[in-house]
Ligand binder design. Structure first.
Ligand code: NAD
Length: 244
């Protein structure tokens, strides 16, 4: 089991939800944190709590993962400040609009979902990879169960998560000897993202929402154990009977 005390962990989308809780899990294990989010003002409080939970040092970086230059910048700032990078957690994500495919008039309506969820994770990874290689580091990517089993109304979100799984499986084949990869595929978790999706209330009512805190705990435990995959909660069977 990997001891992450004093190791450097960069987490995107750390200002709320699963990313925030992942920051606290690493903090409890004594890791140094580089917290990235588009909402920098919210990161300050997360940083304070992470320090109080045991993180020896926390850097706060406001950045938009959908911008290539921002990804370059937050990796560079992390290296400049801490001198190394051990774990990259590609967590930042958005849900986009809930809309039936037949009502989707133009892909530009949903382009941001791909830009953040897919290209954001890819770009952060491209800049982080040379640094992760030095210490035989790890990439943790927060995909979704919907990348395996698509859910209705969120076609582009599903596609972004399927694309992420495919991309990181490819990367694993290519760099698996030097960088380990953990792919997380959570089910529905009670966060801002899930509430904003405004999914069908009847269907949602049938699916118990998991907690961000327990989800993050499962993810960080799995990553430190060296698992290739982690899912929480495993409700695949509950998701299947969704009807519109
Ligand atoms: P959330 O909305 O609570 O957190 C997402 C965070 O990402 C926010 O702090 C937000 O400000 C940040 N963010 C959004 N766009 C960004 C950008 N362009 N650049 C930088 N930061 C940005 O939602 P969450 O549910 O905690 O989502 C975290 C991850 O977990 C996402 O990738 C999401 O797809 C994934 N996920 C969520 C669920 C769920 O049910 N909530 C299930 C499976 C996977």
């Amino acid at each position: 089991k990997e001891n992450v005390a004093s190791k450097v962990v960069l987490i995107t989308g750390a200002a709320s939800g699963i990313g925030e809780e992942i920051a606290y899990e690493y903090a409890r294990r004594g890791a140094k944190l580089s917290l990235v989010d588009i909402r920098k003002e919210k990161l300050e409080a997360v940083g304070d709590k992470a320090r109080s939970l045991g993180s020896p040092d926390v850097a706060i970086i406001g950045a938009d993962v959908s911008k290539v230059q921002d990804c370059k910048l937050f990796v560079h700032e992390t290296i400049n400040y801490f001198g190394r990078l051990d774990h990259l957690v590609n967590n930042a994500g958005i849900g986009g609009k809930s809309v039936r495919v037949e009502n989707l008039r133009h892909v530009s309506d949903c382009a941001a979902v791909m830009d953040v969820n897919f290209w954001g994770a890819v770009n952060a990874t491209l800049y982080a990879t040379p640094h992760l290689k030095i210490n035989k580091g790890r990439i943790i990517v927060i995909a979704s169960v919907s990348g395996w089993f698509p859910m209705p109304l969120i076609s582009i979100y599903n596609a972004s998560k399927a694309a992420i799984i495919s991309f990181f499986e490819t990367l694993r084949m290519e760099v698996g000897c030097t960088i380990a990869i953990t792919i997380a595929t959570p089910g529905l978790i009670n966060t801002h993202l899930t509430r904003a999706l405004k999914l069908d209330k009847v269907a949602l009512g049938k699916v118990p929402l998991g907690s961000a805190n327990e989800c993050a705990k499962a993810i960080v435990e799995s990553a430190c154990r060296g698992d290739m995959y982690v899912t929480y909660p495993s409700w695949y069977k509950v998701l299947f009977p969704w009807k519109l």
